[in-house]
Design a protein around this ligand. Structure first.
Ligand code: CAA
Length: 295
């Protein structure tokens, strides 16, 4: 693993901040790139808060937290990432935005630099094709919350060379995560199975099978899932789920990936789940309360 010393993360939102946190925790000099100073400040604050929580819970020494923060560098410039050995993109699922960044980085980074995307639904080919290094381009799909979820899907596009794929796969292990290899089709392994499940739960609700709470209760108490499907939809984000479903439907043209009308209405009206404090549940009070969606 001598090949990777310096890690870059593009975007410091929910996923990017988690990825940067675990990379710095694993001992890598880590560079985080955000669009402007306000977003840098917010991203740095989120990582620092997460590490503080770990210290409060006795999971991390205060001195280690300070060392981890010391390994994190924040910038608004893509040029600052030119010496990084791996660049992990975790920005909004907008292919043009991603490709514009990758085109710039392709010019400034060394030929050995591996490009990776944390996309949940786009194909790696769609990004690799915008660069001159499709042979050094992989998917690294982390799960939310990144510090907790053990899995990373390492996505093998048809163009990637074995050496780059292996380096990325081994790198995941150094982060304390468990890698699995997936083919480059939309949704990879987890979302291929999880998205139709969440969409089906919404269809069950639309069809009046049972209440929101009872469907959630059934899947937690009946199958041992840590969250029911609607709590999970709110956790992932209604807008994100809608977007992923649209892309997966476009890829496979199968009805099971088609977003149900209720999901579309919620996405349109800003019922985006936990992040907007309202989705299938309302999170503005002490405990979540089911939202009346007129069903
Ligand atoms: N950062 C760090 N640690 C966190 C955390 C975070 N954001 N959120 C929770 N934790 C830790 C807590 O500190 C706690 O640690 P201890 O046990 O050591 O105290 C532990 O995780 C459990 O947390 P809680 O007790 O607060 O709550 P919980 O038992 O309900 O667990 C959960 C929370 C881990 C999120 C659990 O509910 C869970 O696994 N849910 C399913 C999550 C899931 O399915 N994620 C995948 C979403 S799909 C995706 O990400 C892919 C995509 O492309 C859409």
């Amino acid at each position: 693993m001598a090949e990777i010393k310096k890690v870059a993360v593009l975007g410091c939102g929910l996923m990017g901040s988690g990825i940067a946190e675990i990379a710095a925790k694993a001992g890598y000099e880590t560079w985080v790139r955000e669009l402007n100073d306000d977003l840098v400040k917010r991203g740095r604050g989120n990582i620092s808060k997460s590490l503080d929580k770990a210290v409060e819970k006795g999971k991390l020494e205060a001195s280690v937290r300070d060392e981890v923060m010391g390994r994190l560098n924040f910038t608004t410039s893509l040029e600052d990432l030119k010496d990084c050995d791996i660049i992990i993109e975790a920005v909004t699922e907008d292919i043009e935005l991603k490709n514009e960044m990758f085109r710039t980085l392709d010019k400034v980074c060394a030929p050995h630099t591996i490009f990776a995307s944390n996309t949940s639904s786009l194909t790696i080919a769609a990004m690799a094709a915008a660069t001159n290094r499709p042979h050094r381009f992989v998917g690294l799909h982390f799960f939310n919350p990144v510090p907790v979820m053990k899995l990373v899907e390492v996505v093998r596009s048809i163009a990637v060379e074995q050496a780059a794929f292996k380096t990325a796969f081994d790198f995941v292990r150094t982060l304390g995560k468990e890698p699995v290899e997936a083919k480059d089709t939309s949704g990879f392994i987890v979302n291929r199975l999880l998205v139709p499940y969440m969409l089906d739960a919404i269809r069950c609700l639309e069809q009046g099978l049972a209440t929101t709470e009872d469907i959630d209760k059934s899947m937690t108490l009946g199958t041992g899932y840590p969250m029911g499907p609607f709590v999970l939809c709110d956790f992932v984000g209604i807008d994100t789920l809608y977007f992923i479903a649209e892309i997966m439907f476009e890829e496979f043209r199968e009805p099971r990936f088609a977003p149900p009308p209720l999901l579309k209405r919620m996405a349109t009206l800003g019922y985006h789940g936990r992040k907007t404090k309202k989705g299938f549940y309302d999170y503005s009070g002490a405990a979540p309360v089911v939202v009346d969606l007129g069903i």
